[in-house]
Design a protein around this ligand. Structure first.
Ligand code: 26Q
Length: 828
């Protein structure tokens, strides 16, 4: 039925397929200069987005007016990454217009699913951290909370991945090459940001000291606003992304002096700042341009916030931290802390202690990793060159902190001071962004219970002793609008019919499904939907890889960035072991299985790329081996991204969450997969622990060393060789890597994996966990043969995922950190 559900979507209740169709045709002509006879898919898409934007933009204006008139306290989510994916389907769903648009297009002989496939993903992020930011701003708008997302308007998002002979090739992503209908340029809100130069110390007549920063150049920030449509469309918040340009002033100065080429060079350099998203690559750490990006967008955003604040409060700073909360998405925007202090002290002449109090009340910081190599550090040398005044300010913050707070708690203890110092001494002095973030924040949170506990005990124990209230937990969540309602319409329909249609804003309502978990008819319906979704994914697999897979096989999916700690290579070892068992015993008892991967490796991460290559090579061999009777298939889908995830997740039977315990801060793919009825095979790591608690131990398969056992093994001295010599299957599989079995004529091409697991010391304990993992898979196999038992577990996974919705995470942030009030917009 293509009319609107009036009670759910009062705002768009009067829109019918007919009126929407008229609007599409109107925009096709008037806005996009074409007509129904010659419109391409792109023109249809343009016209639909224009029709849609009529509603988005009116709610946007009303929302912003409501916030302004009420002078609302707001949260400002600072993030280098927003992994938005596609917006058309999501916005249609959130406005209750998806079915209306579908029918309108149908009447115009256009297929809506083909049309939404026209849209390039907005891939302005690497993975979990960026997608979390996107889920959070969806929740903030849905919950009517005043919020702005601030980030960078990258010209090129995360690279597009292709495979050539199984190797990853990176191609540039150009998501907005032909324009993007969801963003609005706001030249009236341009900001200018100084960089480089030197600091002058001035003495006034009374002997007072002040600092004047003489910047070497100025970069212009042009804001692009992406409207964020909350569910039901009442509140539309803003994601404001800054694009860098050369400052007009500098440009014309040089130009007029006859330096056309120099002016052009300045242009190019300034525009480089927002040119491309950095992949999360340790080899790229410490790059000047990355620090420039961090400062550029933090400074633009703070100026934007201050400008808005001053419209009401002028130069009275006493209300700043009651009006403004800033959340730092990891340490990436931590430079905002000294920047706010600099503005208050240098530009507005505020007293240092007063300014520092405001800073500390304003900022909070979310930590997303414990991996030592991922903790951000910048060389003092680089800082001094790019941000000389900020370096001075950081030294001053540090000196005061160590001399007062640390000295009071640990008098004369230089060891503690060296640990808590923002500056790391050594060969090259470094600025520790983590310490700066903790010291300058009001709250610090980890992203799952176990992770937050480790932040306290292992990462920042002294800070926890100093400020027992500061370190806290907010377990991650995902938006059920995108990750269930929009991506899995058949399951959403079944849920609507079973528990009502209010679950998208109250996911705990899914709990009611547990009453149907034993019901045969319901089980059949639930599993039929899963089967249909697998049929659809099988088509995608065929298109992308030319491999045919059987939808009645178990679809076993591992989707996430490629990293040793996430252990895609443990999955691979097990696949090779299964293959070998099948070769040695054609009657080996297993339900047919398709192992499906999606992952990008950072371009400079050689071993990660080798693992992709190895999986592709094993896949080639396995998929073309007639001896194993199609019992085993392996596919690696290229260019994993949000829109591909939306096709894979609804089709998963098994969710691979197999990181070494203590390494995955939370994981969020684990939540999306379980929400769609996949059974987790996982370690006791990150949010897996809480997922297991929620769904019950009978409905997940847990294996492997625990956090404490990992610590104990490492302390005792771990030797992978013990497992190599102790388990003939492990030995056979590892030795296989050195032959040319998977790479005919090219022996040794896969040797780096064996090498890392033996001579390299197997830092992520793959061999130690192999046996447990293998047995866990046997459990999965047995469980799947019990059709009713499996269906029940799958249903209960969906039923008990209420906790892991991002509305709950946001409510936790509101209660514990942001102290915000909702302002539902009353639409005229
Ligand atoms: C660092 C330096 C230079 C360039 C890039 C980076 C960089 C970029 C992105 C470092 C890290 C990231 C992203 C990290 C990330 O996605 N972490 C994940 O965050 C999720 C949300 O909290 C968690 O669920 C995952 O466990 C965590 O790995």
């Amino acid at each position: 039925m293509a009319t609107n559900n009036k009670s759910n979507f009062p705002l768009t209740a009067s829109i019918t397929a007919q009126t929407f169709k008229e609007s599409i045709i109107k925009h096709l002509n008037a806005t996009h200069g074409t007509d129904i006879n010659k419109a391409t898919n792109r023109s249809w898409w343009d016209a639909v987005t224009s029709a849609l934007n009529e509603h988005v933009h009116s709610s946007l204006s009303q929302t912003q007016r409501t916030y302004f008139e009420n002078d609302t306290r707001a949260v400002h989510y600072f993030s280098l990454e927003f992994l938005m994916g596609r917006l058309t389907g999501n916005n249609l769903h959130n406005l209750g217009l998806y079915d209306v648009a579908k029918q309108a297009l149908n009447e115009l002989n256009v297929d809506i699913t083909e049309l939404v496939d026209e849209e390039e993903d907005m891939a302005l992020g690497n993975g979990g951290l960026g997608r979390l930011a996107a889920c959070f701003i969806d929740s903030l708008a849905t919950m009517h909370l005043p919020a702005v997302g601030y980030g960078i308007h990258y010209e090129h998002g995360l690279f597009r991945q292709e495979f050539q002979d199984g190797h990853q090739i990176e191609r540039p992503d150009s998501w907005r090459e032909y324009g993007n209908p969801f963003e609005i340029c706001r030249p009236e809100s341009i900001q200018e940001v100084p960089v480089y130069g030197y600091v002058e110390t001035k003495f006034d007549d009374n002997g007072g000291i002040s600092k004047v920063w003489h910047p070497g150049r100025v970069i212009k920030g042009v804001p692009w606003d992406v409207p964020i449509v909350g569910y039901k469309g009442t509140n539309v918040n803003i994601l404001r992304l800054w694009e860098s340009r050369a400052s007009d002033f500098f440009n014309w100065d040089v130009f007029n002096a006859g330096g056309y080429h120099d002016a052009h060079k300045e242009n190019v350099e300034a525009e480089t700042v927002s040119k491309v998203l950095y992949p999360n690559d340790d080899t790229d750490a410490g790059k000047e341009l990355r620090l420039m990006q961090q400062y550029f967008f933090s400074a633009c955003s703070l100026k934007d916030i201050i400008k808005r604040y001053q419209r009401v409060h002028n130069d009275d700073w006493s209300h700043f931290s009651t009006q403004v909360a800033v959340q730092l998405n990891d340490t990436h925007p931590a430079i905002a802390i000294p920047e706010l202090l600099r503005i208050l002290v240098d530009e507005y002449g505020q007293d240092w202690d007063y300014a520092w109090t405001i800073c500390r009340e304003t900022f909070s910081y979310t930590n997303h990793t414990l991996l030592p190599e991922a903790l951000e550090k910048w060389s003092v040398r680089l800082f001094e060159k790019l941000l000389p005044r900020h370096l001075e300010i950081i030294y001053e913050i540090n000196q005061r902190f160590l001399a007062t707070e640390v000295e009071a708690k640990w008098p004369g203890n230089d060891l503690v001071k060296s640990k808590l110092s923002i500056i790391e001494e050594g060969n090259e002095r470094m600025v520790r962004m983590g310490n700066l973030s903790v010291i300058g924040s009001n709250k610090v949170n980890g992203v799952a219970e176990v992770h937050s506990a480790l932040v306290k005990t292992d990462l920042f124990p002294e800070f926890d002793a100093l400020w027992p209230e500061k370190l806290t937990n907010v377990t991650n969540g995902v938006t059920p609008r995108r990750w269930l309602k929009a991506c899995n319409p058949s399951l959403s329909d079944l849920i609507d019919r079973t528990v009502g249609d209010q679950w998208p804003t109250n996911l705990e309502l899914l709990r009611e499904l547990d009453k149907s978990a034993d019901d045969l008819a319901f089980q059949k319906e639930f599993m039929a939907i899963k089967h249909d979704n697998k049929v659809e994914l099988a088509k995608v697999i065929k298109e992308l890889t030319n491999v045919e897979v059987d939808p009645s096989a178990i679809f076993d999916i591992q989707i996430k960035r490629l990293h040793e700690y996430k252990r895609q290579h443990l999955n691979l070892l097990h696949i090779m072991a299964l293959y070998r068992r099948l070769l040695q015993n054609p009657d080996y008892d297993m339900h047919p299985r398709v192992f499906i991967f999606g992952a990008k490796a950072a371009p400079g991460y050689a071993l990660a790329k080798d693992i992709i290559y190895a999986i592709n090579k094993v896949a080639d061999k396995v998929n073309n081996d007639p001896r194993i009777n199609n019992k085993l298939k392996v596919v690696f889908l290229p260019n994993y991204r949000v829109s591909l995830a939306e096709k894979m997740i609804p089709a998963a039977d098994v969710s691979e969450q197999i990181s070494t315990a203590g390494k995955e801060a939370s994981g969020t793919g684990n939540m999306k997969l379980a929400l769609n009825g996949a059974i987790t095979i996982g370690t006791l790591d990150g949010a897996n622990i809480e997922i297991a608690e929620e769904v019950g131990i009978d409905n997940v398969v847990i294996f492997g060393l625990t956090v404490d056992e990992v610590k104990a093994v490492n302390k005792a001295g771990y030797s992978p060789w013990d497992y190599y010599y102790g388990n003939p299957e492990i030995k056979a599989v590892l030795d296989w890597f050195e032959t040319d079995y998977f790479t005919p004529g090219k022996p040794g091409e896969l040797a780096s994996i064996k090498h890392s697991l033996l001579e390299g010391g197997d830092p992520y304990l793959c061999l130690a966990d192999f046996d447990g993992y293998s047995k866990a898979h046997q459990q999965i196999n047995t469980k799947y043969t019990d059709k009713r038992g499996w269906a029940k577990s799958a249903i209960l996974n969906t039923a008990y995922m209420g906790k892991f919705n991002s509305d709950r995470s946001i409510q936790d942030y509101v209660d514990r950190i942001w102290k915000l009030k909702p302002y539902p917009v009353k639409n005229a």
